[in-house]
Ligand binder design. Structure first.
Ligand code: ATR
Length: 284
C-alpha cells in the first residue's frame, strides 16, 4: 500500500523570457535554489521575438506557468503589462519603471516586481561586505539598469549619489525623479571630479569592451568598483579602475544570483542561500 503522505507537490513551471536568452545562467541558478529548498520546478529559457512579448506571456500563463523572469529588452513592456487593470505592481518595480519578475495568480491576474536593485545592494552589502551607509556613490549610466538600482541604493543611506551618463540630460532627469529619496545629483561623465567610495558601472559599455568614460580622479585608494556585467575575465572597466589605484573591483555575478534569489522568494516564499551558488558559478 502506498503511504498516504508519500506524495510529491506538483512541479511548478518558471522561465526566463528575453532576447537573447541562450547564454543565461538563470536555469542553473533557479534549479540549485529549488534543490536546496526541496521545491519541484522546471525552469526554461524562452527567446521571444520583438513585438511578441504580451502574447508569449499569455501563452505561458495559460499553460500553467507559475512565474517568469524577464530580461532585455522586455522589462519595460512587463512593467506596462502590470499597470493594466486587475494586475499588480510592487512599489520597487513602480520606482524602477521596469519589471524582471512576474507571478501568475489563479484569478488570471499578474503581479510584477523588480528584484534587480535589491540584488545589487545585497551583493554589495552582504557578500562583498561593503556598507553603503554614509559612503559616496558614483552611478554610471542612466538606462533601465541604473534606474532600477537608484531606489534600493538610496534606501541604504549613502552620503550622496551622483549619476553620470554619456547623454547628461538623462542623468539629470533621473536625479530629479528621485530627489525626495536622498541626496542625488546628475550630469555628464565628467561633471564631478571628486573621488567616490563606491563606483557602479550600469552602462552597456562593457558589453562592447569599452570604458564608460569617467574621470581617473573619481577613483581613490579606498574605492570599491562594481561592474554590473560579468564575464570569465575582469571587464575592461574593472582592469582600468584597478590600474588607477582602486582598492577592489568586482563583477555582477553576485547581483545576478541575488536578484534570482529574491525572485525565488517572491514565488516560493523562501529566500535561498546564495553563497554556495555564487561559489559554484565562480568555479565554472
Ligand atoms: P539598460 O536597460 O541595460 O540600462 P539602456 O536603457 O539601453 O540599457 O541603457 C544603456 C546605458 O548605457 C545608457 O546609460 C547609455 O548611455 P546613453 O544614455 O548616452 O546612450 C550607456 N552606454 C551604452 N554604451 C556606452 C558606452 N560605450 N560608453 C558609455 N555609456 C554607454
Amino acid at each position: 500500500m502506498t503511504d498516504l503522505f508519500d506524495f510529491k507537490a506538483p512541479k511548478k513551471n518558471f522561465a526566463l523570457m528575453g532576447n537573447p536568452v541562450s547564454h543565461s545562467k538563470s536555469p542553473v541558478i533557479h534549479k540549485s535554489f529549488a534543490l536546496q529548498c526541496s521545491k519541484e520546478i522546471e525552469y526554461d529559457l524562452i527567446q521571444v521575438d520583438i513585438g511578441g512579448f504580451d502574447q508569449a506571456v499569455s501563452h505561458f500563463a495559460a499553460h500553467g506557468g507559475a512565474g517568469l523572469n524577464v530580461t532585455v529588452p522586455f522589462k519595460v513592456e512587463a512593467w506596462q503589462m502590470c499597470q493594466r487593470n486587475g494586475n499588480k505592481l510592487s512599489e520597487r518595480a513602480a520606482m524602477a519603471e521596469s519589471v524582471n519578475t512576474l507571478q501568475f495568480h489563479h484569478d488570471g491576474s499578474v503581479s510584477g516586481d523588480n528584484t534587480d536593485g535589491i540584488g545589487l545592494v545585497r551583493d554589495i552589502e552582504n557578500n562583498i561586505r561593503f556598507q553603503i551607509s554614509d559612503k559616496s556613490i558614483l552611478l554610471i549610466g542612466a538606462g533601465g539598469a541604473s534606474r532600477g538600482a537608484i531606489g534600493p541604493l538610496l534606501q541604504s543611506s549613502p552620503s550622496k549619489l551622483h549619476i553620470v551618463n554619456r547623454t547628461p540630460q538623462k542623468a539629470s532627469q533621473l536625479a530629479a525623479n528621485f530627489q525626495s529619496m536622498g541626496t542625488i545629483t546628475g550630469g555628464s561623465l565628467e561633471s564631478d571630479a571628486s573621488a567616490f567610495d563606491l563606483i557602479i558601472n550600469a552602462t552597456a559599455s562593457s558589453l562592447s569592451g569599452q570604458l564608460p568614460g569617467i574621470l581617473a580622479e573619481n577613483i581613490h585608494a579606498e574605492s570599491m568598483i562594481y561592474d554590473m556585467m560579468y564575464a570569465t575575465e575582469p571587464t575592461p572597466f574593472m582592469k582600468w579602475a584597478l590600474d588607477q589605484g582602486a582598492a577592489m573591483a568586482v563583477d555582477g555575478l553576485g547581483m545576478l544570483v541575488e536578484q534570482a534569489a529574491e525572485a525565488f522568494r517572491v514565488w516560493q516564499s523562501v529566500l535561498p542561500d546564495t553563497s554556495s551558488v555564487i561559489a559554484s558559478l565562480r568555479k565554472q
